[in-house]
Design a protein around this ligand. Sequence first.
Ligand code: ADP
Ligand code: MG
Length: 325
Amino acid sequence: MALGEFSLIDRYFKKKPPAQVIGVGDDAAVLPWANQGSLVVCKDLLIQGRHFFSDVAPDALGHKALAVNLSDLAAMGARPIGCLLGLALPSVDEPWLEKFASGFLALAHAHGSPLVGGDTVATNDGLVISVTALGYLPDAQPGLLRRGACVDDRLWVSGYLGAADLALKILQGNLVDEQGVLPQIRQSLEWPEPRVSLGQRLLGVAHAAIDISDGLVQDLGHLLDQSGVGAVLEIARLPAHPSLAKLSPDMVQQAMLGGGDVYELCFTAPASKDAEVLAIGLALDLPLTCIGYITAERQLMGRYPNGQHRILSQKGFDHFAGDRS
Ligand code: ADP
Ligand code: MG
């Protein structure tokens, strides 16, 4: 059987990094400088036809290409300091480039992350966008790692879930928009807001964090595996996007558990930090919802409103899982 995305990375690219360096396996790499904090670096690739529709609005695409990287910096608690943009272009379309650049640069400006370099080439195939984001962690901060969750920690998620996945299904033609919700939910898919301020405020408060790019169950699974713990997820507490209220509860639940492209932060913190977490949410005007707790038993258990418990092993996105990519 062909290797999946994460086994492939583990087998060929996950090598032990030098001491102090956080390498392959977290949302971003952390490279300490002598007593001067750390450089935090991550890269995401976006491919036409896989990560975005060829007719997506170019300003939205520019925004999202950077947003998904800033989201990885946010998941480490890092402050953005700059970015690089790699483009493989099938043609030179100036009106398109102008809008793409405006979407990218507006977000870069908003987060103090100037575009400082990159590479531009021609391609005979579809558009490819590769962004590298650079961030900074202050001295003596190891950052928010996936591996820090402790038994009895509370499990939190920022913002709302489910909207991006259902917007994608409607746009793909896999779901009929009977309730006419697309105009209210496509923003979640096309203009995700990286939780950069939240990540930085969680330093010293949260024990572990990850951003949800491939689905809550899958990404939380990475955090639990790396921390050597399990969790109970209170299904009734999952924060559904308000515009999904009229849709079938089962469908919304599926989207919240398995849907990707969310770019919210999922993090754990000790119960003693509850008030601090809630105060951060208030200060940022961002809902932060406690959705469960960490357990010693190494499995992800869903607790349903009728009192039933079920192990959650739903797969999120894997580029090399044949039936999904
Ligand atoms: P994310 O969803 O946070 O972007 P991924 O799940 O895509 O992270 O990747 C998991 C980890 O594997 C990350 O630490 C990433 O940097 C690393 N990774 C992915 N592909 C490669 C590669 N080709 N070489 C080295 N590291 C890689
Ligand atoms: Mg990530």
